[in-house]
Design a protein around this ligand. Sequence first.
Ligand code: 6GU
Length: 243
Amino acid sequence: MIFTILTLFPAIFESPLNESLIKKARDKGLLEFNIVNIRDFTTDIHHTADDAPFGGGAGMVMKVEPVHYAMEQVRKEHAQPHFVLLTPHGRRFDQHVAARLSHMPHLALLCGRYEGVDERIHSLVDDEVSIGDYVLAGGETAALVVVDAVSRLVPGVLGNEASPVDESFCDGLLEYPQYTRPREFMDMQVPDALLSGNHEEIRKWRRKESLKRTILRRPDLMERFQPTREDEIMIRQVVGEME
Ligand code: 6GU
């Protein structure tokens, strides 16, 4: 999969895209990154990428022409970029959006900067995404969040192909608690069920803990959750234990 990142701050991406999982996936040829400096596409001698808003007011607005020329260059070099603008006005990014974007052969992430972008930039992109209800100084850190969540869904990027399914949000529940050695640490024990060696007992314990954690911490996720018969029994037990 190809990721293009269009930004006024290309240096932000140097270390995050050269470490750990993403580094390994790049070395294997599964992911390719193309960082485009929007400032290289400015046309005036001062390389102006932002300007004062028409109508007045505080702050600067990202200009449309350098973004347009940068996008044209990306279209020339690689087939079928899917352009996504990172902006607080975008659609909320979640695991479902990540899954959908992971099927794109070429994802081009446009990082908004300054107090906003010229409204005409919105009409140039295919999609607009926000990573949550808070304000970031720019779309760069949001683009890194999108790259992280999307790239680990690309086949082969995670060594173990089984792990993306068995975790938080895939079936709408939070993940169950995990433990590793030692069995006891400062009087805190690993639950007996996990030491039993009984696979059915372990599976049930994990499912119940997932339900418990989701009910306690993210009751909003329970509204969309489709329980099985076994889940319904476990939910009643969990709620009973809470009272
Ligand atoms: Cl994508 N950009 C900015 N500037 N702020 C945000 C955001 C994006 N997502 C949440 N807050």
